[in-house]
Design a protein around this ligand. Structure first.
Ligand code: UD1
Length: 421
């Protein structure tokens, strides 16, 4: 059983090349199904979620080949097949294959999606949209059975700007007949990238980057290659961690800076001097974080995924802080493990009161979801002694190699093989 051992680290100095974006590449992989042919995706992160998505595609007779960070997807022999829960349950983004399969075959049968246990994560907004597109939706045992004789463009106002539901509707609408108008759509960078990819395949989409998207079904789409953007959450993980430790940390591979503008602003509020450079950013930190009040929100607000990383950093701050989560019910799950390390955080509803000037004590902790796991790594770097993190498979779902990355910046972090689970 592999664990991550993190030791108190005195400074972060060095350069980390930020991996490609997980949440962008997964919908793009689903989108390859909309055309018949070969697509090459570069800067694809070599992470567990991508491997599972490849497995799901292979179940549909799609050939996938990962070579370094280049993923080749060949959909020429793609065939419709039911996707069992044993596979779909491993990944939240498996639900995006529903929109893609409907676009390609007008029918889809698949198990319910899985994903990190950060909340209830229903799919009602996805299904409401499909119903409007004349899709017949039923549940047979644990399988969602969706079919349409005529996938028809529609008008749909999302009650909440769900990232996944917007992506699913975009995928289906690109293969539907007629015009689809999505109002109240999500505006996250991952949506912009998916729109751009669909456009490169021949789809007609207006309003990219706004909350009103108009998609015109064009019939035939053609395969297209995709150069993946950097992972703004991975970049944010390292940038915010730097606020708790002195040093100069350079993050490279960062393209479109606006994708993480709020995270950069938050890092500045914490006291980091962030200098934008040609291929990335340079973070200069005194290691003394400033306390404050922070709140997650939909883009362009502070990303919910980074709250678990921000919280341990705030524990080292010069005073008490407060953070509020507004998207998921269980994003503050990290507090339980941090309190075992001596944090003394109080949670009331979706708000956490974080005392400042706390020196955590390293101990054995357990990762329970992807970003909570990343937050535990940050906590371990700031804690006295050693922190041993188990269930690191959660971290590996989204971080190519968090140990390699942080070692490059001088962190004392390593894998540890143990017999115990
Ligand atoms: C995606 C990201 C995740 C990020 C989140 C918000 C991926 C793989 N994951 O998740 O990292 O934290 O966006 O930026 O891209 N909801 C409903 N009904 C639905 C769908 C969602 O009530 O049908 C609710 C959810 O329970 C949640 C909120 O809407 O409270 C946001 O969910 P959503 O934007 O859909 O997030 P995901 O696409 O799951």
């Amino acid at each position: 059983m592999r664990k991550i051992c993190v030791k108190e680290t005195s400074a972060l100095n060095g350069e980390i090349r930020v991996q490609g974006s997980k949440n962008t590449v997964l919908p793009v992989m689903a989108a390859t199904l909309l055309a018949s042919g070969v697509s090459v995706i570069t800067n694809c992160p070599d992470i567990e979620d991508v491997h599972v998505m490849c497995e799901l595609l292979r179940h549909l007779h799609v050939k996938t080949k990962m070579s370094g960070n280049v993923l080749t997807v060949d959909t020429r022999q793609a065939e419709n097949a039911p996707l069992p829960y044993s596979l779909t349950g491993k990944l939240r983004s498996s639900i995006l294959l529903l929109g893609a399969m409907l676009a390609r075959w007008q029918r889809a049968e698949l198990g319910m999606p899985g994903g990190c246990a950060i909340g209830l994560r229903p799919i009602d907004l996805h299904l409401e949209g499909f119903l409007r597109m004349h899709v017949d939706v039923s549940l047979r045992q644990d399988m969602l059975v969706c079919r349409s004789f005529y996938l028809q463009g529609c008008e749909y106002h999302l009650r909440f700007p769900s990232v996944g539901a917007t992506e699913n509707m975009l995928l289906a609408a690109a293969g539907a007949k007629g015009r689809t108008v999505l109002r109240g759509a999500a505006v996250e960078p991952e949506i912009v990238e998916l729109c751009r990819y669909l456009v490169s395949m021949g789809a007609l989409i207006e309003g990219i980057g706004t909350d009103v998207l108009v998609i015109k079904g064009t019939g035939e789409l053609t395969p297209s290659d995709y150069s993946n953007v950097y992972d703004r959450i991975v970049a944010g993980t390292y940038l915010l961690t730097a606020a708790g430790l002195p040093g100069k940390l350079k993050l490279t591979g960062i393209g479109e800076m606006s994708y993480m503008e709020n995270t950069i602003q938050t890092a500045s509020r914490l006291g980091i001097s962030v200098k934008k450079q040609q291929d990335g950013i340079l973070a200069i930190s005194s290691g003394q974080a400033r306390a404050g009040c922070f709140e997650s929100g939909i883009h362009p607000a502070f990303p919910t995924d980074l709250l678990p990383v921000l919280i341990p950093v705030l524990l080292t701050a010069d005073g008490a802080s407060r953070v509020r989560e507004t998207i998921f019910e269980n994003r503050l799950g990290i507090v339980q493990e941090l309190n075992r390390m001596g944090a003394g955080i109080r949670v009331s509803g979706q708000t956490a009161g974080i005392p400042g000037g706390i020196k955590l004590t390293g101990c054995r902790v357990r990762a329970t979801d992807l970003r909570q796991g990343a937050g535990l790594v940050t906590a371990g770097l700031l804690a006295e002694g050693s922190t041993l993190i188990s269930d690191i498979g959660y971290i590996e779902r989204g971080y190519e190699d968090i140990v390699r990355d942080l070692q490059a910046a001088g962190a004392v972090i390593m894998y540890e093989e143990t017999d115990e689970s």
